[in-house]
Ligand binder design. Structure first.
Ligand code: NAD
Ligand code: IPM
Ligand code: MN
Length: 358
């Protein structure tokens, strides 16, 4: 099959992990007789440097004219106080909105050989397998107004948390659909004891539940959910939640697998193409040093093969190779125990290539 993939390396370690991933995709193409055509485009800080715009129109067009989008990461200290208030992160939020990617799948899958890399006890995290389904185009990230204003004679700032019922319904329905295909257990996370948007969220979840009698549903307040994820993560199957809660809980959940450098994600909407990216950011503290763990991005590409290209076998090959590499004890710095040899991004990628089998 021929597929066009738009590659958005972005900033910092985004460049390194995306490079590693195209090499893996090339090998998959070779093994299975596909052709992947890459079109590179700028986003985030890299695009600000060139065009004073974190999301140029050419980038949007390239994404729309492709079968899948692979993104590294955006952001970094260089642009944190950029004049005119232009930030790399606006590029990422913009492309999610442009492509109408309202559903962000963040699977948290423990690898047995990595249980020692987690800061939590082995019996708490071994075989953890949960899915965080994060709403991605609504809530605090996009609510208007978002502005500075004078309040009681002093500077104040306003963000707006708004959800339309239809926005809640479509993500919650995906949550039920996903749970139906897994262990049939859905946890909806909100803050309904305080927030009106969460009360509408909870009401809507109850309405959609009527269409899914086979799925067991519970509601959990977000502060408790943060605690339960660490206390007993294996109680969860699918967690569905709003944009910001999902952002925070997924970074927290990454530590169940040992590192943020392990967590992939897929962002999908009702129209093609999907966008695939690691959950982590541009990691300015290690950028350019060849230390980044590429596995989150490589696993994100596996999600692209599966969800956007319907290449289940190819996706399984990538997942098996990643598992084999870990079982063989290969480690980048973020997942290495003290005294273990540490591989660079390129060396780790080489191990994955060698482990790829049909
Ligand atoms: P971060 O995710 O970039 O890094 C957090 C910590 O995890 C750092 O110590 C980093 O070294 C480590 N880490 C992350 N990915 C790793 C990997 N693949 N291998 C090894 N270690 C890894 O978060 P941050 O430092 O809070 O943010 C840095 C910048 O990234 C900010 O500008 C932020 O806005 C941006 N960011 C972007 C995205 C994205 O593009 N999707 C996501 C999160 C943060
Ligand atoms: C993520 C990131 C982004 C988010 C930022 C960089 C806008 O943290 O993808 O998790 O908050 O969604
Ligand atoms: Mn995040």
């Amino acid at each position: 099959m021929n597929k066009t993939i738009t590659i958005l390396p972005g900033d910092g370690i985004g460049l390194e992990v995306v490079k590693a991933t195209t090499v893996v995709l090339d090998k998959i193409a070779d093994m299975y007789g596909h052709h992947f055509d890459y079109q590179y485009a700028d986003i985030g800080g890299a695009a600000i440097d060139k065009y004073e715009n974190p999301l140029p129109q050419e980038t949007i067009d390239a994404c729309k004219n492709s079968d899948g989008v692979l993104l590294g990461a955006v952001g970094g200290p260089k642009w944190d106080n950029h004049p005119k208030g232009i930030r790399p992160e606006q590029g990422l939020l913009g492309i999610r909105k442009e492509l109408k990617l309202f559903a962000n799948l963040r699977p948290v899958t423990g690898h047995e050989s990595l249980t020692d890399s987690s800061t939590l006890r082995k019996e708490v995290v071994d075989n953890v397998d949960l899915m965080i389904l994060r709403e991605l185009t609504g809530g605090l990230y996009f609510g208007e107004p978002q502005e500075r204003r004078q309040v009681d004679g002093e500077e104040a700032a306003v963000d707006t948390l708004q959800y339309k019922k239809s926005e809640i319904e479509r993500i919650v329905r995906q949550g039920f659909e996903m749970a139906k295909l897994r262990r049939k257990q859905l946890t909806s996370v909100d803050k309904a004891n305080v927030l009106e948007s969460s009360r509408l969220w909870r009401e809507t979840v109850e309405e959609v539940k009527k269409d899914y009698p086979e799925v067991e549903l519970d509601h959990m307040l977000v502060d408790n959910a943060a605690m339960q994820l660490i206390r007993d993560p294996k109680q969860f199957d699918v967690i569905v939640t709003e944009n910001m809660f999902g952002d925070i809980l997924s970074d927290e959940a990454s530590m169940l697998t040992g590192s943020l450098g392990m967590l992939p994600s897929a962002s999908v909407g009702s129209e093609a193409p999907g966008l695939y990216e690691p959950v982590h950011g541009s990691a300015p503290d290690i950028a350019g040093e060849g230390k980044a763990n590429p596995l989150a991005t490589i696993s994100s590409a596996a999600m692209m093969l599966k969800y956007s290209f319907d290449m289940q076998e190819e996706a399984d090959s990538v997942d098996r190779a990643v598992a084999e590499v870990l079982t063989s004890g290969h480690r980048t710095g973020d997942i290495a125990k003290q005294g273990e040899p540490i591989l660079s991004t390129e060396e780790m990628t080489e191990k994955v290539l060698n482990a790829l089998k049909k």
